[in-house]
Design a protein around this ligand. Sequence first.
Ligand SMILES: Nc1ncnc2c1ncn2[C@@H]1O[C@H](COP(=O)(O)OP(=O)(O)OP(=O)(O)O)[C@@H](O)[C@H]1O
Length: 213
Amino acid sequence: MQLQLQQLLPVYFDESQRNGSEVWRKDLTFNKGEYIKIVAPSGSGKSSLMHFLYGLRNEYNGNITYNNNDLKKFTAEDFAVYRKDQVSIVFQDLRLFPEQTVYENIELKRQLNSFHPAEKIKEMAERLGIGSKLKNKSRICSYGEQQRVAIIRALMQPFDFLLLDEPFSHLDDKNSQNAMQLMLEEARLRNAAIIFADLERIDFFPYTRLFHL
Ligand SMILES: Nc1ncnc2c1ncn2[C@@H]1O[C@H](COP(=O)(O)OP(=O)(O)OP(=O)(O)O)[C@@H](O)[C@H]1O
């Protein structure tokens, strides 16, 4: 299981924006089981990269391949399988359903392709300190609580790669470390890779490779 980036660059970047980058316009291979940290100052294209890897957008030059298959050639069905079985994501803007409860947001994902039984939802929510929020609509949860909902939701499915786009921006260190620990355990269960893009500040991610975007 491999994600390969070949000479990738957003079409809306000019050549100066790739200077000094260890990702843009490089040839990189990410393998299952690796922990990749991408240090990305604001505006360096962190969300663009995550959206490209997840196949949501394709305004880039160069190629992204998953097991040698070019994402630009994927059909809608290929993407459905990709996002159900192979790649999970925590978006920077979370993308929860505001009118659904915390539990429903997570359960909807779990039902698409269950890696865990339903009991895991309560267990993980309690572990991350949002056990008492399961019946609340997600729109009334604080942003930090919603971040934890998005994290648990991402862990309901199978995956080879877990993409994290600033997942702890509204969490204190203790909550962030707690959530990181859970994600590491879940990645190990699947022998999956984590691709974690953030500002410099997180120092408790045990990365195996580091790139500056
Ligand atoms: N579709 C687009 N068309 C044109 N420019 C874009 C597009 N998407 C993003 N950009 C620009 O590309 C740059 C990088 O945006 P992106 O959201 O990927 O950065 P980021 O590193 O995630 O930023 P932040 O940390 O502030 O969220 C920004 O200057 C943004 O305005």
